[in-house]
Design a protein. Structure first.
Length: 555
């Protein structure tokens, strides 16, 4: 990108952000302090970081990026020496042909651009990033390389097989490495961190918006110390590597409380570790922000606010069932009702609700916990998951005795839940009497609002829309930008289908009719299938047809 050779002071003056007097003072202080003009203006409070970025972005047409959302490959980092990155406060983002995209706080620092062009042999295209973010990114990417080298030196110097000592010291490079891995996951909004041992490497992978991606690769000898550190954090047995272990740890990361669930699994190349990251500061979502359509929201509230009966949330692992359950509980949480839950594990702690943790070691199962709960005079009961016939029968009988029961079940669609319960051995008359509604849901990636653009759908997309009676001329998709990591998606939203159990359907359940008959009846009486709900959201530009098809094609 060719830059207009104009000074930053003139740009800020033209934009009306600073006065001529402030510029003169800043220029005088710049000579005395030998600092960049932008840094002087910021330090004196003449401008804010946001004003500085906006002026550069709009006046010069240089895009602004948020570095914590960027995935930067190690080979790109290696192009620019650490000394130059720290000296100029810059970090390379990616290489496009013979062009190096470089994040800078001051894209008019031509001296830095020329020096980096000569050092890398590539044409430099600057993008704008805040100074604070650049400092953190430099520390994260270049600092991690330093810690890896220090760990290798320590391992070689101590000549030990047991990594516990290195993983226990608070100022150890191992501790810094693990902390950096977790911090970056939180910044990217990752739901899971995977530490995958391979024959010739150690892969660190993140699940972001439901999609796995390899964040970085480390030498294989790093595996033992990294896993040992994670185990120490979760109070697991470091010496035991032959059996799976589970633990948890709470951390404060960037002023946010984060709960991390840790699971280890022995593999042929060593222990694989998965860390489920739960941001406790964003634990609750209001029901009207779950992404339910107007029609589905009405049915959902009808089920949640029933005096008694069972409401089931169904879907595969990672489909957002727990978030929907907690949202329902949050809406129902009032002084005049007694709410008790039995969960495995307790994901989030809710004020005013009694939550019970399943403990298989002591024999506290879902079924046993549910029996005890019913002697505690509850109005509303939440069972984390119906896994067996005993739990299902107790939950259904509790609903028939005047309790509202909320729970989850692993099925592909709402109507499949009826057959699943019958297969568990639950009598059809119990199902038809107790269940009020069944919600099936999936999570799809949300179209990035920063790079969204219209396009003409192809014939296959038009035919799919027509089959679901949706008329569109244009659709929207993300082009891919620095905000979404070039994916075209940023964040997730849920798509749903809600099966309301009416009197006719209750009669069909008593007759043990087929799933197809249940489904046909439900569609005739207002059920919006989950794929249609997703396609309607694609037509509204919230997601894309390919995303909807990705999560519903097997249904």
């Amino acid at each position: 990108m060719a830059l207009v050779r104009k000074r930053i002071g003139d740009l800020l003056l033209d934009a009306g952000v600073i006065s001529e007097e402030q510029l003169k003072k800043a220029l005088g202080e710049q000579k005395e302090l030998k600092m960049r003009l932008g840094d002087v203006l910021l330090s004196q409070g003449y401008i804010t970081q946001q004003q500085f970025i906006e002026v550069l972005e709009f006046q010069l047409g240089i895009p602004h990026v948020q570095l914590y959302r960027q995935k930067i490959e190690q080979k790109v980092i290696n192009l620019l020496p650490q000394k130059l990155a720290e000296q100029h406060g810059v970090i390379p983002l990616r290489v496009e042909g013979s062009k190096l995209v470089l994040a800078m706080s001051d894209p008019l620092d031509y001296y830095a651009i020329d020096e980096i062009r000569m050092a890398t042999g590539l044409r430099v295209e600057p993008v704008i990033a805040s100074k604070d973010e650049l400092e953190r990114a430099i520390k994260r990417y270049y600092g991690l390389q330093d810690t890896i080298e220090k760990i290798n030196q320590n391992l070689q110097a101590q000549d030990i097989d047991e990594p516990i000592q290195l993983a226990e010291e608070d100022d150890s490079p191992v501790v810094k490495t693990v902390n950096q891995i977790i911090i970056q996951a939180v910044q990217l909004g990752a739901s899971d961190i995977h530490i995958d041992p391979q024959e010739d490497s150690l892969r660190i992978r993140y699940r972001v918006d439901g999609i796995m991606r390899t964040e970085r690769t480390m030498p294989p000898n790093m595996h033992s110390v990294i896993v040992a550190r994670v185990k120490i954090m979760a109070n697991l047995n470091v010496a035991e590597r032959r059996v799976p272990q589970d633990g948890r740890v709470e951390m404060d990361i960037e002023f946010r409380k984060v709960d991390i669930r840790i699971s280890t699994l022995p593999t042929i190349h060593g222990e694989k570790v998965v860390m489920r990251v739960l941001d406790l500061s964003n634990s609750l979502t209001e029901v009207d922000k779950l992404g339910l359509s107007e029609h589905n929201l009405k049915l959902f509230l009808q089920g949640v606010e029933s005096a008694h009966g069972v409401m089931l949330i169904t879907g595969p692992t990672g489909s957002g069932k727990t978030t929907t359950l907690y949202s329902a509980l949050s809406r129902l949480n009032r002084d005049e009702v007694n709410i008790i839950t039995v969960e495995d594990p307790v994901e989030y702690q809710l004020q005013g609700i009694n939550q019970v943790q399943v403990n298989l070691v002591t024999g506290l199962t879902f079924a046993r916990g549910l029996r005890s709960i019913l002697r505690q005079d509850p109005n509303i009961v939440m069972v984390g998951e119906i896994r067996d016939s005993e739990t299902a029968e107790i939950a259904i009988r509790a609903a028939m005795t005047g309790h509202l029961v909320l729970s989850t079940l692993h099925t592909n669609s709402a109507v499949n839940s009826i057959s699943r319960l019958i297969d568990m051995g639950i009598e059809p008359f119990l199902i038809s009497s107790a269940i009020n509604s069944i919600v099936a849901q999936r999570l799809v990636r949300r179209t990035c609002t920063h790079c969204i653009e219209p396009y003409i759908p192809n014939s296959e997309e038009l035919n799919l829309m027509e089959r679901h009676e949706i008329v569109v001329e244009k659709l929207l998709r993300g082009r891919g930008c620095s905000e979404c990591g070039r994916t075209g998606y940023r964040g997730r939203l849920a798509i749903h289908e809600i099966l309301h159990i009416d009197d006719a359907l209750r009669s069909m359940i008593l007759q043990k009719r087929s799933d197809n008959e249940y489904r046909d009846h439900a569609i005739q009486h207002g059920l919006i299938p989950i794929m249609r709900d997703g396609l309607l959201k694609a037509a509204a530009g919230l997601t894309t047809i390919s995303e909807v098809f990705r999560v519903t094609s097997k249904d």
